[in-house]
Design a protein around this ligand. Structure first.
Ligand SMILES: Cc1ncc(COP(=O)(O)O)c(C=O)c1O
Length: 403
């Protein structure tokens, strides 16, 4: 472990005069504060002895049932034994690492992938085998060969991937689930963003595809008991409601949920009952869907503003992804330029991003970087992209002169 150079550099983004496209923060001005206030009052008035008391590790039962019902709408038929409430997806990732990874174990991840997963799994001394990401998500051409290296699991971000903003195509989803089943390799499906889609059709989760394949294999009602596949699905309220709640969930086969619960007992006993009960009160009765419909519009607008500003302000050799949802897009510079060096200059110009190398488990990404568009307001996006465009133009010019 250890604090990285990038983390040190990005500490300055806490200064108020910097326009930061670095974090993965939702727009705080849209947090449903009033609804939280009412829900907190209600819980304290009616259920204080439960909310302020120790609770069960698996989580608040009505919230677990809420998750089961939500996933049922996506064609996933599970019960509460398949759900564990966690203190955010970051904890879910750590639980997965604690259960699966021994020193030197291999895991398959995308390249680039989510920083937080590397932070968790490096601590368990995993060996990362990576597959490249392109416009259709993780490239599966070499998956058949790679899976033969007997990884403990593969880690997939199907929707508007963090950091690259790309979405896994239907063909690739099917290939991944088919190979996982064939070789008996679990899939960790990390899916915080799926409800933040701004265009196009929702694609089925790996969890639901896996369930479908299981049903075909064991036809009839017994299918559900016989075959729950090996997908470990991670969800969170962080991006759709509020990350400060620290509230997420794992949906997985019951025996794995039992293992996760045991591991979680050693970490924090359980996720705050008060937070779980308040969040349940907030989300039930369709409020979450209404709220998401609102923030989806806000983020769609911010994405479009950023994309348009980039087209105007960035040198023409710079390329970027056009995400269909989520919070991030991914920028690729000509190979000779290093985005970490550009970050230093950008910070001097009061704008920040995360350099690409931070997202590569095994090196690379030096000429790439990630931009977030959910947190800055429209006028800040315009201003920040203008500043960044100037830095890029000047750095590219210097780089060309030095060749
Ligand atoms: C892909 C991915 N997984 C997990 C997390 C962690 O989320 P949480 O706030 O639920 O811990 C994030 C947050 O940025 C994320 O992007």
């Amino acid at each position: 472990m250890g604090s990285s150079a990038i983390r040190e550099l990005l500490k300055v983004t806490e200064q108020t005069d910097i326009i930061s496209f670095a974090g993965g923060f939702p727009a705080a001005e849209y947090f449903p504060v009033e609804r939280f206030r009412e829900a907190s009052d209600y819980v304290l008035k009616n259920y204080s002895s439960r909310a302020l008391q120790y609770g069960t590790t698996e989580g608040f039962q009505p919230l677990r049932e809420y998750m089961v019902n939500k996933m049922a709408k996506l064609g996933v038929k599970r019960s509460v034994e398949n759900v564990l409430i966690t203190s955010g997806s970051q904890q879910s990732l750590d639980l997965v690492g604690r259960i699966f990874i021994n020193k030197g174990d291999r895991i398959i991840t995308e390249r680039p992938t989510f920083i937080g997963s590397m932070q968790s799994w490096r601590a368990y001394q995993a060996e990362f085998i990576t597959l490249p990401v392109d416009e259709e998500g993780m490239n599966t051409e070499a998956l058949d060969e790679t899976i033969k290296l007997k990884p403990k699991f593969m880690y997939i971000l199907p929707n508007y991937q963090n950091p690259a903003g790309v979405t896994l195509s239907m063909d690739r989803r099917q290939t991944i689930v088919k190979l996982a089943r064939q070789y008996g390799i679990p899939i960790v499906e990390d899916d915080p963003y799926w409800e933040l889609r701004y265009e196009g059709e929702h694609l089925p989760s790996l969890l639901s595809l896996d369930e479908e394949m299981g049903r075909v294999r064991f036809s009839g009602e017994s299918a559900r008991d016989l075959d729950h596949g090996k997908v470990i699905y991670l969800g969170t309220f962080s991006k759709t409601l509020a990350p400060g709640l620290r509230l997420g969930w794992i949906m997985a086969p019951a025996e794995l949920i039992r293992d996760c619960a045991l591991a979680k007992q050693g970490m924090d006993l359980h996720t705050s009952m008060f937070v779980q009960m308040v969040a349940y009160q907030v989300v039930k009765d369709g409020f979450l869907e209404e709220h998401i419909a609102q923030v989806r519009e806000v983020y769609r607008e911010r994405r479009d503003i950023m994309l348009n500003a980039m087209s105007r302000e960035f040198p023409s050799v710079v390329k970027w992804t056009r995400p269909q949802g989520g919070l991030f897009l991914w920028v690729t510079l000509p190979e000779m330029v290093n985005s970490l060096g550009i970050l230093r200059k950008a910070i001097e110009s009061k704008v920040a991003f995360v350099p690409g190398s931070a997202f590569y488990p095994d090196g690379g990404g030096d000429n790439e970087f990630r931009l977030n568009y959910s947190n800055a307001k429209p006028e800040q996006i315009e201003q920040g992209i203008k500043r960044l465009g100037k830095v890029l133009a000047s750095e590219l010019e210097t780089a060309a002169l030095n060749i």
